[in-house]
Design a protein around this ligand. Structure first.
Ligand SMILES: CC(C)(COP(=O)(O)OP(=O)(O)OC[C@H]1O[C@@H](n2cnc3c(N)ncnc32)[C@H](O)[C@@H]1OP(=O)(O)O)[C@@H](O)C(=O)NCCC(=O)NCCS
Length: 172
């Protein structure tokens, strides 16, 4: 049984541990910390998935703007390695999208695996006239994805938090 709830300051160590274990490096855990402290990323939506044994997954959505409207950028997302393929990632994404929709966010963006995020309605963002903050090289263009939460999302270049506004993060 998995419960998804908003993460709080007391969850910091668990959140860091999940990202380090899932990615096998420190970069994403550091990005999570940077986004928490980044005024331009607020409001962040930080969700934790809990099993009986404790925290097993975490997702972060940071504030962004598209065509003058509220948007969100998904990432990082991580599930504890031994708990992967049990729909925990799916639960975090689905809950996050529902909350952002309730919050009036027009569209959610991600730079990630097209097959995985496609399951949750994320389609090719370039095809909708949505440009990433930094150019994405041809083999990875399909990884730039979006899902609209309102009928009319507009188009243009996504403005993201300072912590995400780094060309290095837009290369694979
Ligand atoms: C990507 C990730 C968050 C998915 O979470 P999850 O809870 O395992 O995903 P779900 O159970 O909702 O979905 C399962 C699907 O995810 C993909 N997947 C999950 N774990 C995988 C793994 N270790 N290797 C390859 N694909 C994987 C598969 O497509 C799988 O579908 P299948 O079981 O039908 O083959 C998780 O695998 C993870 O933390 N990976 C490392 C960090 C990462 O890459 N984060 C995403 C950055 S964009």
């Amino acid at each position: 049984m998995i419960r998804v709830r908003e993460a709080n300051a007391a969850d910091r160590a668990s959140v860091q541990e999940i990202h380090r274990a899932a990615f096998g490096q420190d970069d994403e855990a550091a990005l999570v910390d940077a986004l928490f402290q980044d005024a331009t990323a607020q409001p962040v939506l930080s969700l934790l998935a809990e099993a009986q044994a404790g925290a097993v997954g975490h997702i972060l959505f940071s504030a962004a703007r598209i065509a003058g409207r509220k948007a969100a950028l998904l990432g990082p997302l991580a599930v504890w390695p031994a708990c992967q393929r049990k729909a925990i990632g799916a639960a975090l994404i689905t809950e996050g999208l529902a909350r952002l929709r309730d919050d009036g966010v027009a569209a959610v963006f991600v730079f990630g695996d097209p097959a995985y995020y496609g399951r949750f309605g994320f389609g090719p963002a370039h095809a909708h006239g949505m440009e990433p903050p930094h150019p994405v090289e041809e083999p990875w263009r399909d990884a730039w994805r979006m899902v609209g939460l309102v009928p009319e999302t507009g188009s243009g270049r996504l403005t993201v938090a300072q912590s995400f506004d780094d060309p290095v993060l837009w290369r694979v």
